[in-house]
Unconditional design. Structure first.
Ligand code: G6Q
Length: 540
């Protein structure tokens, strides 16, 4: 008996059930049950999820829901929402949900309500973002700000960058927004070329305020500003978002110009916190609040709906079904909305950093597959490249198709054509095309194997009216909770990220070796050789 089987009594039944499912084609499931869509769709927080094109039956769902119950998912949800220390390896509560707790009910950590602090920072963001937007915050030489540069990386970059793109339609025309994350000097140098020191505001976003990339980029930006405007200009052109007041102070930013967040907000869950400051400046306070409201609505749905009517729970269970039971290795997220271009990159971090784990909360190794490899691009672009593999390749790749019914830029036939493709792809993946159908169309015998599609390839379809801050909030919260559901059932800590540490440590050790020709190298032969080649050229 594997350790997973000993933990979940239903594991064997689910494994057995895969044999049954593998004999079924979705095309027949639709043919035999005209109500399949009716049964397998639901709406919440402005989103419609059609999950009927999945390789499931009523029995699959019954078993998956039993599994969720057996893994105490309900209790785990309550634990998160009430501030229990569910991030066990870091001994922290997980309270991004408190940042959008719009009914403001108390959420206690060690007996203290976190809401007053959250509201205080939100108010501070409100007043600051208003000043930047209405031009009353002046730079050191008395000019209004025209360019906002967020310097941060990972969770301190991807969220606001994705959301400003997603809500670009609502962005003020008076300001440009730029993001610098990469330690590659090209990123900051090319960004600074587009900015003028008198009218640029830098937001240094770093939870720890120790991140090498962010601090290095911030120092370069600071020198650029000081060289042009002098030291005293810093307070008008630099603000910080962090949990580390001392770090901010010693960098030379007045803590008065710091927007706090807290250890209970994980980096990849921090869009809702002051890490969203650039977004609030871009779209304004009211729309930022709308985004929080959308997420809050999804939070309520997640807490209150029964599992069989619960969007994040169902999506999480489907994720487990494909990854753990049907052997899928990857997962595509395909937004048919140009504004959501950065969503796949954002979800890559959310999903893969959260559930890319192989050690259970007990400290033992898992003996089942956990988080998948997530990828995707916006619109029909993928159809002209990697969809080939999704349709006819050897991998099972569940996909989420996401689209607005109305475009914010209705232009000629564009949106109808986009939607036609958006509807056609899941249909094609599900139905496929048989050799008989091809024969009837007169396709030559020798081409029939190449032109056949086996179909039976699963997808979810997510529809909403149009892209708004509220919809974006609900959509992101949906994926956060889906990832949470999976983590609970896989029994892993979705909120730590120890896997990123080793590379960081090694880079720290290699940096002095690259800078000193005489330093003795004690790595493997490949690593030694690469260091030598680089340093011999660079230290000439
Ligand atoms: C996210 C991770 C990671 C983090 C960055 C930046 O969950 O923790 O992506 O956000 O490493 O960290 P700082 O905000 O501390 O600079």
């Amino acid at each position: 008996m594997t350790n997973r089987q000993s933990e979940i009594s239903i594991f064997d039944q689910l494994l057995d059930h895969t044999k049954e499912i593998n004999t079924l084609h979705m095309k027949d499931l639709f043919k035999n049950d005209p109500d399949r869509y009716e049964k397998f769709h639901l709406s919440a927080a402005g989103l419609l999820l059609d999950y009927s094109k999945n390789r499931i039956t009523d029995k699959t769902l019954t078993l998956l829901i039993k599994m969720a119950e057996e893994c105490h998912l309900k209790q785990a949800i309550t634990d998160m929402f009430t501030g229990k220390r569910i991030n066990t390896t870091e001994n922290r509560p997980v309270l991004h949900i408190a940042l959008r707790n719009r009914d403001n009910h108390p959420i206690l950590v060690d007996g203290k309500d976190v809401m007053p602090e959250i509201n205080r920072v939100l108010d501070k963001m409100h007043s600051f973002s208003d000043k930047i937007r209405n031009g009353s915050w002046l730079g050191a030489t008395g000019k209004c700000i025209t360019d906002v540069v967020n310097i941060g990386i990972g969770g301190s970059d991807l969220g606001p960058k994705m959301a400003i793109d997603a809500l670009y339609y609502y962005k003020t025309d008076a300001l440009n927004f730029r993001f610098v994350s990469n330690i590659d000097g090209t990123d900051i140098v090319e960004t600074l070329k587009k900015c003028h020191p008198e009218t640029t505001l830098f937001i240094i976003s770093s939870k720890t305020f120790t991140t090498q990339e962010t601090l290095t980029n911030a120092k370069t930006a600071r020198s650029w500003l000081v060289e042009k405007l002098g030291e005293e200009a810093v307070s008008k052109h630099f603000v910080a978002v962090s949990t580390n007041t001392e770090g901010v102070r010693s960098f030379g930013i007045d803590p008065e110009n710091m927007f706090e967040f807290w250890d209970f907000v994980g980096g990849r869950y921090s869009l809702w916190s002051a890490i969203g400051l650039s977004l609030m400046i871009a779209i304004g306070y009211d729309r930022f609040i709308d985004m929080l409201e959308g997420a809050y609505e999804m939070d309520k749905h997640f807490q209150e709906a029964s599992f069989d009517q619960n969007m994040p729970v169902l999506m999480g269970l489907l994720g487990i079904w494909y990854t753990t039971y049907l052997g899928a290795e990857s997962y595509a997220v395909l937004p048919y909305d140009e504004y959501l271009s950065r969503l796949p990159a954002y979800l890559q971090q959310l999903d893969m950093e959260s559930n890319g784990k192989s050690i259970k909360k007990t400290g033992k190794s898992v003996d089942y597959k956990t988080g998948p490899i997530l990828f995707g691009v916006a619109g029909t672009n993928g159809q002209h490249s990697f969809y080939q593999l999704i349709h006819q390749g050897t991998h099972l790749i569940p996909a989420d198709f996401i689209a607005p019914i109305y475009s914010l830029n209705e232009t000629g036939d564009h949106h109808d054509i986009l939607l036609a493709n958006f509807i056609a792809q899941p249909e094609a993946l599900m139905k496929g095309k048989t050799p008989d159908e091809l024969k009837a169309e007169g396709v030559k015998d020798e081409l029939i194997p190449f032109k056949s599609f086996e179909g039976n390839r699963p997808s979810n379809t997510i529809l909403f009216d149009k892209m708004t801050p509220r919809v974006l909030g609900a959509l992101i919260a949906l994926y956060e909770h889906k990832v949470f559901v999976e983590g609970v059932i896989w029994n892993i800590d979705s909120f730590d990220q120890w896997g990123v540490e080793l590379g960081k440590q090694l880079a720290k050790a290699i940096l002095p070796e690259l800078k000193n020709k005489n330093q003795i190298l004690e790595h493997d032969s490949s690593t030694n050789a690469l260091i030598k080649i680089i340093r011999e050229k660079r230290l000439k």
